[in-house]
Design a protein around this ligand. Structure first.
Ligand code: FES
Ligand code: FES
Length: 220
């Protein structure tokens, strides 16, 4: 082993040794503490154009969630689901498989249903996110939620927020879906209680309740 390797390993040993002394080590530590922990993206040249490079430290992000602005400093590796649940205290989207198969974590990103466990928060920076928390207004359930209640469409309820958000996206695009439309739209949302027929009944019934079916997404 080289002498300087030894010094790095134990900066307190012999003051005569070359390498990083305890004093130098403390100076270096002080410098690194002074580096900002949160920084915006660096711009680098790639394929003839400037592209932003985020991280590896935290970067400032901003989201429009359920009609409100949220800011957070997050590492670029953080998923949208973790950002919502762990940083922004929006725990309606559920973590079940955490690998893009069950749909329990479904939210709307710019009006499209997505698995929030499989999207990075940084991809949602500056965009609109709708979660199940935004459905009820003024203490009243959204008519889609009410249809789920009326049709007994939730059993354990663990898949329900994801089912609701996929159904909400469907109703925004197709206000009067048939059962076939609803089944196709919710095909990525698994229900381990196998309550599928009642879920589909609720979505179709919600489509027949005109007032909410014509509401637009995002701050509706
Ligand atoms: S938790 Fe995201 S798809 Fe299952
Ligand atoms: S109601 Fe239990 S998983 Fe769907």
């Amino acid at each position: 082993m080289r002498d300087d390797d030894e010094t790095m390993k134990d900066p307190n040993h012999g003051s005569e040794s070359p390498g990083v002394s305890r004093r130098d080590f403390l100076k270096i530590s002080g410098i690194s503490v002074a580096v900002p922990l949160v920084a915006g993206p660096k711009m680098v040249m790639a394929a003839g154009q400037q592209v932003p490079v985020y991280g590896p430290g935290k970067v400032p992000m901003e989201f429009a969630i359920n009609g409100k602005n949220y800011k957070a400093d997050l590492e670029p590796r953080v998923t949208l689901l973790d950002a919502l649940r762990d940083q922004l205290e929006l725990t309606g989207a559920k973590r079940v498989c955490d690998r893009g198969t069950c749909g329990a974590c479904t939210v709307m990103l710019d009006g499209k249903p997505v698995y929030s466990c499989s999207n990075l928060a940084v991809w949602a920076d500056g965009r609109t996110v709708d979660t199940v928390e935004g459905l009820a207004r003024g203490g009243n359930l959204d008519p889609l939620q009410q249809a789920f209640v009326d049709h007994d469409a939730a059993q354990c309820g663990f898949c329900t927020s994801g089912q609701l958000m996929s159904a909400k996206a469907l109703l925004a695009a197709n206000p009067h879906p048939t059962a076939e439309h609803a089944r196709a739209a919710l095909t990525g949302n698994l229900c381990r209680c196998a309550n599928y027929n009642r879920i589909i009944d609720a979505v179709v019934a919600a489509g027949n309740a005109t007032p909410h079916a014509t509401r637009s997404r995002g701050g509706q």
